[in-house]
Design a protein around this ligand. Structure first.
Ligand code: CMX
Length: 143
């Protein structure tokens, strides 16, 4: 079951400038940049009332976010992350009952909030990349 929106992720060409814009324009609380080499991104968390935004910038030579920024040079919405109780159960249900497949190996990795995550194939979700995050997992539970 979906428990709500975890965050919206926006790929940006300039992380410092984007973080400053969200801070000054919207009064958002912004975190320090967090490098995530395993995911090929550096992340800044932007906290606003009732919505969390993740600013993503490529890290490393083979970052998937570089590909995204080549197609969208000014930046843009990269994915929408939904909280679920259990990513395994959610993925199983989606494949069997809704024909929605996962991307990659289908095994969860650890996301920016330190919780298990899975990405769904955008071909099955109207062209938008959806991330599922295990909402109540204790941090690093999959390592
Ligand atoms: N929006 C829409 N479509 C997308 C997409 C996006 N953001 N990213 C990939 N796709 C499409 C690709 O174009 C491709 O389509 P075609 O098969 O038609 O070419 C398809 O989805 C598969 O993409 P891929 O890159 O070949 O698939 P991979 O399994 O190699 O990687 C993914 C998928 C999503 C993990 C990777 O592309 C990615 O974006 N990784 C970064 C994840 C990330 O943001 N991590 C940090 C934060 C984690 C968190 O938020 O907690």
């Amino acid at each position: 079951n979906v428990k709500g929106l975890a965050h919206i992720a926006i790929a940006v060409p300039d992380l410092t400038q984007a973080a400053e814009t969200y801070r000054t324009a919207f009064g958002a609380q912004v975190s320090d940049p967090k490098p995530m080499p395993d995911q090929g991104v550096t992340v800044v968390f932007v906290h606003l009332p009732n919505v969390n935004i993740e600013l993503l910038h490529p890290l490393g030579d083979t970052s998937p976010v570089s590909k995204f920024l080549q197609k969208n040079p000014k930046g843009g919405i990269h994915h929408v992350c939904l909280n679920v109780d259990n990513v395994h159960a959610a993925a199983e249900y989606l494949i069997e009952e809704a024909g929605v497949k996962t991307l990659g190996s289908g095994l969860p990795t650890i996301g920016a909030e330190g919780k298990p995550i899975l990405f769904l194939n955008p071909k099955d979700t109207a062209g938008v990349l959806i991330e599922l995050q295990q909402a109540n997992a204790s941090v690093h539970s999959c390592r």
